[in-house]
Design a binder for this molecule. Structure first.
Ligand SMILES: Cc1ncc(COP(=O)(O)O)c(C=O)c1O
Length: 380
């Protein structure tokens, strides 16, 4: 079996992640932050340690500003719905995920929020001049994905943030495809909010993710309830409690902590270097196949560890099914939850086929995927 669907969720996980999840379920399954017995305290330590590790990896000075969610989608919803007010104007781009578009579309319909899209070229790169024209004083916030899940394009993060800072506009970064794969320093970059998935390149289990919220932003909480602290009165405003009502996914967070520790040893820049080599080798292999279009940045330009293609001999869906059934190679196909990116490519109805190697993929595996696609093309 060859797994090339890491952009959706990473597989396999480091053995330490599996051990941490199992160990937590076996020995520390109490509710963290609730109760003073030894097991509850140990569960609380797991959540605290994971928070500190993720904060260190992403360059967050105070771990209390990093709140856990079930996935990147929940984090983006918290940021968007907790910050935008009726009638506000928001700027985003043409290559965002539905986890950004759909909450914004609901706010546009229900609360008169105006959503503007900065243009992108066909490789998915934001038109910086258009961004500058739109991100102006009075914009409630600007949001962009650090790396596109359809095209792999890595946006010029520093430049887009600098423009927003000049206009006094806070920035939300969707780092679902970059956290753990591309080096990030939230404090140094001046990022105001950043949403991440725990189950992709951070190598944690599904059901984990989070949001960094700058201490300068008073973002409203979306859920209220028990926080284990200050039982009397309204929802506490202290962080992270304000945003974390209810029992945690402690086994998931134990696994996320182990995934981040593993990354800390490997180091993200080293993973990035290896993944660049692998993805470029994969793209070079794909370029040798006839009747196949490769989307995204030009070869040899840095990109997230994914490549979307349009096979010319059969649909993306049929080709993905053939890879699965005949070769045991798992890829993603169809519309990849970023409808405007497909509009850019003209693949709204056909979709694309996406191959996304991960931290544990090998050159041999990606070579086999190329060989399988070449064989399918020849047979067609
Ligand atoms: C760019 C981007 N944003 C948001 C998400 C949503 O992530 P999650 O599945 O963790 O909610 C994804 C997932 O594929 C993504 O690629």
């Amino acid at each position: 079996m060859i797994y090339l669907d890491n952009a959706a969720s990473s597989y396999p996980k480091p053995p330490q992640v599996i051990e941490a999840v199992a160990g937590c379920l076996k020995d520390v399954a109490a509710s963290p932050g609730r109760g003073q017995h030894k097991m509850a305290l140990a569960a609380g330590r797991i959540v605290r340690d994971t928070r500190s590790r993720v904060a260190r990896l992403l360059g967050v000075p105070d771990p209390a500003d990093l709140v856990f969610t079930a996935n990147a989608t929940e984090a983006l919803n918290l940021a968007i719905r907790g910050w935008v007010r009726p009638g506000d104007r928001v700027v985003t781009t043409w290559v965002e995920h539905n986890s950004v578009y759909r909450p914004l579309a609901a706010l546009a319909a229900q609360a008169g929020v105006v959503v503007e899209l900065a243009r992108c070229d066909r490789t998915g790169r934001v038109d910086v001049a258009d961004w500058r024209r739109r991100v102006t004083a009075g914009t409630r916030f600007a949001v962009f994905s650090h790396a596109s899940n359809v095209l792999g394009t890595i946006q010029p993060l520093e430049e887009l943030i600098e423009i927003a800072k000049e206009a006094g506009v806070p920035v939300l970064v969707d780092a679902a495809q970059s956290a753990g794969a591309i080096d990030l320093d939230i404090a140094a970059s001046g990022i105001d909010m950043l949403a991440f998935a725990g189950h992709k390149s951070l190598l944690g289990p599904q059901g984990t993710g989070g949001l960094y919220i700058s201490p300068d932003l008073d973002v409203a909480e979306l859920t209220r309830g028990g926080t284990g602290t200050s039982s009397q009165g309204p929802q506490p405003l202290i962080r992270p409690d304000r945003y974390e009502s209810g029992t945690y996914n402690t086994p998931g967070l134990a696994g996320l902590g182990a995934g981040v520790a593993w990354l800390g040893e490997m180091t993200v820049p080293e993973i990035f270097r290896r993944e660049q080599e692998r993805i470029q080798r994969l793209i070079a292999g794909l370029a040798g196949i006839e009747r196949l279009v490769i989307h995204g940045p030009a070869p040899n330009e840095p990109r997230a560890s994914l490549v979307s293609i349009s096979p010319g001999w059969a649909s993306a869906a049929k080709t993905a099914a053939a890879l699965d059934r005949q070769y045991d190679i798992y890829v993603r196909s169809g519309g990849l939850c970023a409808p405007k990116a497909h509009e850019l490519l003209g693949t709204e109805s056909a979709g694309v086929l996406r191959l996304s190697p991960g931290a544990f993929s090998t050159d041999e595996q990606t070579d086999q995927a190329v060989a399988a696609l070449r064989e399918l093309e020849r047979r067609a």
